[in-house]
Design a protein around this ligand. Sequence first.
Ligand code: SF4
Length: 275
Amino acid sequence: MDRLAKKYLRPRKIPSTACSGCGLGQVQKKVLLAIEQLDLAPEEVVWGTGIGCAGRQSFNIWKGDNFAGTHGRVYAIAAGLRVALPEDKRIILFAGDGDAFGIGFSHLMHCARRNLDLSIIVADNFGYQSTGGQYGYTTPGGYVTDSSPYGNHEGGWLQKGIDILAILKEAGATFLARHSSLEGPAAVASIRKAIENRGFSLVHIIYPCVTHFGAVSLKSRDKEEIFRWFEGLFKENAGLYFKSGVYHDGTNSRPEFAAALKAWTKERQEEAQHG
Ligand code: SF4
């Protein structure tokens, strides 16, 4: 068993149920590396998951406390936990692109607006792959999917000139980054910063789906060919919509919601007591 998996994950959840060759494992490994570099113990982290490939493959895997939400709702649950739990408990959410950037987007935006202390990893496989490969909010334009037989005409969040990270920044997020799953230390460093920031942090990591996206959109089941396509996509679009790196670092620049709420409530209670 992998050293990090042995240290942080529940043995009965290993090996993962992800398809062989899926890039999701690369994303999970980066999160575990960041946690290890920060020297966090399983009991110091609460691990939340959403729905879809990212949610299903990472549900209940953490050796410490776990929770999960129905589609797009994990952010609302996390908001309640953030207020209820001690400030030093780290809450890490592992969700997919459909969960975070689609059905859960309204909840996500309000967590950013409030600068809630959450570290959110969005593992993006370019669509709804766990349900057979329908196009989603980040599917590259032009690609044939199960629900776009003539090609995806929309483009999605990354290609229509409206970067979803720009919206989250405007909403109030204090740390945002984007990487490909093929990146190593830079992506781990971003996750580390996201966990360290006492506020809303999101790291968007795009990974290749070797099953549905590969077979339907790329017409290939050759994993090496799919990974080469993925690598090329980032290279060709570096500086455009697949620009990697830290997008916004406003670490600790705004009050964190749960801490501010507690302080505000305490003040009101003291005022009420002393008339
Ligand atoms: S369907 Fe695609 S994204 Fe989902 S586990 Fe399989 S390879 Fe990974």
